[in-house]
Design a protein around this ligand. Structure first.
Ligand code: NZQ
Ligand code: ZN
Length: 402
């Protein structure tokens, strides 16, 4: 096991109706807040109203910024941060999926520092991020997830897109840990089947990335990871079949938090190459993050992990899907098929061709991934250093799913 430091400072309030306590939780930190949310779901479901009512009851003034797009953009962040500053908001609430929560973290950063967010984005062309990260200070943040996927509610990262330069990458630092996360599974009842499935694939990918690329002697981490993988597989199905099944939504939501809170990966490490390639795809073509991961996963497994670390795929197949193949090659192959079948069964499986991404874009996207996510190394770390031509190979395979 590798050495590690694990910091998990976010206070988690989990339970039915917990959203009604928002005002009481927030009032210890601020008298005036900016509520940051997406364009429609929190309004339609009445969740925004619940948050505002609770804040009012606690005598907390609230302003709303409800124009965060999926794959939140730097220009939107800067605009909302200006509002927060002008209105002297003391705290930012992120209400929604990963996009709204990530935007809240970025807005909290810019509102305090007055620097445009693009300067902070890791790997971007200005190079300023090298001195600005890790972010130590931001306005206090409270996260209220309405979608089980990213784990942003209790971690110190956020992913922001500079649409003009097609750079999508992370910002991070201890200043971005939400002070509190309010996890109310009922808020996720309204998530449609497609986003429930994409979210499940995102959770699954957060789990398999380090599991496949990291230290192989991290046994407790492997057991934790496999347990979380089995849980997401079981309850994604149940939540899609019965969207208002409280237990299914609760299991999925808590699994999404646990998958990226640091506990599964501490002491194992391991890079997240599929995330890095997906971030470039959604920076160029604005697709759903989870769907992009689903598209890339079988191609990455077949062309990179199977030749490099078949034993890890074989273990995943055995521990997560109950496969019993004795021969290593067959076991790895069967594990890839099992993951692909699972994604098909929940409707998340897709191809680049099917979502309209042209082959002509592959070379540029591969180079962008190496430039942005490689951070000057000239490659993206995985089970081996991935060069642009390796990434083109993955994209080609993901085009038709071969
Ligand atoms: O935009 P609104 O109107 O809110 O609708 C959203 C959006 O259309 C909708 N939605 C959210 N909650 C809902 C709901 N619809 C009905 N009922 C509800 N309760 O779902 C759609 C997708 O939302 P979004 O926030 O974009 O999805 P997700 O949670 O998957 O977040 C994706 C973003 O997070 C980043 C991704 O790159 C992407 O930009 N990530 C953030 C991470 C982090 N901070 O740790 C890690 C991840 O790996 C990821 O990169
Ligand atoms: Zn992800």
């Amino acid at each position: 096991m590798l050495d590690f430091i694990l910091n998990m400072p976010t206070k988690i309030h989990f339970g039915k109706g917990e959203v009604q306590k928002t005002g009481d939780i927030v009032k210890g930190y601020a008298k005036k807040v900016l509520v940051v949310t997406g364009r429609s779901s929190a309004q339609k479901t009445g969740t925004l109203e619940k948050v505002l009512t609770s804040l009012k009851k606690a005598d907390v003034d609230a302003l709303v910024f409800d124009r965060i797009e999926p794959n939140p953009r730097a220009t939107t962040i800067d605009e909302a941060a200006r509002l927060a500053r002008e209105e002297q908001c003391e705290l930012i609430i992120g209400l929604g999926g990963g996009s709204a929560m990530d935007a809240a973290k970025a807005i909290a950063t810019v509102a305090l520092s007055k620097r445009p967010i693009h300067e902070y984005i890791r790997g971007n062309h200005t190079g300023l991020w090298k001195s600005l990260l890790p972010i130590q200070e931001a306005l206090p943040i409270i996260a209220i997830p309405t979608l089980a996927a990213t784990g942003s509610e209790a971690n110190s990262g956020a992913v922001i897109t500079n649409w003009e330069t097609k750079e999508k990458s992370s910002i991070s630092g201890p200043g971005l840990f939400p002070k509190a996360a309010i996890l109310d599974p009922e808020l996720t009842f309204s998530v449609p089947a497609n986003y429930t499935a994409d979210g499940a694939v995102d959770i699954f990918t957060h789990l398999y990335e380090g599991y496949l690329t990291g230290d192989e002697e991290a046994h407790v981490q492997d057991e934790i990871t496999e347990g979380l993988m089995r849980t997401v597989i079981k309850y994604a199905r149940q939540a899609i079949d019965s969207p208002q099944d409280y237990e299914a939504r609760a299991q999925l939501l808590w699994t999404s938090t646990l998958a990226l809170i640091g506990v599964a990966g501490a002491g194992r490490g391991g890079p997240f190459p599929v995330h890095q390639i997906e971030h470039t795809i959604s920076a160029h073509f604005d697709i759903s993050h989870g769907r992009g991961l689903a598209i890339l996963t079988p191609a990455y497994f077949k062309h990179i992990v199977k030749p490099d670390r078949p034993q890890r795929l074989a273990r995943l197949g055995r521990q997560v899907f109950g496969l019993t193949h004795k021969n290593l090659d067959e076991a790895a192959e069967a594990a890839i098929a099992a993951v692909e079948d699972w994604m098909k069964s929940i409707g998340a499986y897709d191809t680049l061709q099917n979502v309209g991404i042209p082959k002509e874009s592959f070379q540029q996207m591969a180079e962008d991934t190496v430039r942005v996510s490689g951070m000057g190394q000239g490659f993206v770390a995985a089970t081996r250093p991935l060069q642009a031509n390796d990434i083109v190979k993955i994209l080609n395979a993901a085009y038709t799913g071969e």
